[in-house]
Design a protein around this ligand. Sequence first.
Ligand code: CO
Ligand code: ZN
Length: 346
Amino acid sequence: MELLKRLTEAFGVAGFENEVRSLVKNAMKEFCDEVRTDVMGNVIGYKKGKGRTSRRRSLMLCAHIDEIGFLVTHIDDNGFLRVDPVGGVNPKLSLSQRVIVCGRKHLFGVIGSKPIHILTEEEMKKQVEIKDMFIDVGLPKDKVKELVSVGDPVAFYQSFFRIGNHLCCKAMDDRVGVYVMLESLKEMKKHEVDVYAVASTQEEVGLRGAVTSAFGVDPSIGIALDTTLACDVPDTPAHQRITELGKGVAIKIKDTSSISNPLLVRHLKEIAEAKKIPYQMEILPRGGTDAGAIQRTRAGVPTATLSIPTRYVHSVVECVHEEDVKSAVKLIVAYAEKAHEKDYTL
Ligand code: CO
Ligand code: ZN
């Protein structure tokens, strides 16, 4: 799990994925025949299949490397920073968090808040907004202005930790997907199809890296690997849990970005059953994955998403179950070996 720790702790706010990109690029080089990056910052690995060249199909796996965060919009006369959110940042979960300002060097900072002692009753009830927040980097304004510029990305800071069987960090969405993709590439040996592993950028702001990479790769089949909500916590009734931690990889049927190809879903289910890989079915009422972009590229691509159930998504304590991570890897490896067998045309 050392690699998952490094992936989740690395910084890569959407549009500014440099740090996590180089980490992923280096890791991918070990398991792929070719690795390249493109102008959107996607990392694209190619792993040749064993099928006959003339009939060989291609499978695009896609997991996003970007994470939610902020961009600096203003530095005030006391050296405090104002920010604009990138992606679905929850203001309530942002107050009092530690952050890293990726300026000329990495600066630690905290998102300041008013002590409860001096909050008025009205302020207690009011919904906090990111536009009213500020970042304190603990330095005088001249030093801040020397090191930080408008547009510099700001990422949440968190170190990877374990609680019981759960693995926790910021950016588990979607570095755990990236981890599953890398582990699968490592394990894959007998696949007939060509495999393209795309570590995509800017998913959190609208699947942007996947839009262009899917067009470029032009795959015969697409599978996004991403987190999904696990609402198996107190006070959530069984019918609203979406997924549960420890019950296996989730095969997505639908979210707001795509409806998975039903034949591909059936195929994935059959393989999971045959190989006794724990799985659960998923319908997510709100949210999307890169599958939404891959599916609609060119003349259409059969796609599905394999999800890793995650508690507390878009917080700094996103938790996944280690067994679910393992079943996700197993299902992808098993699927890659069978991906050439079926036609998903409806
Ligand atoms: Co997300
Ligand atoms: Zn995600």
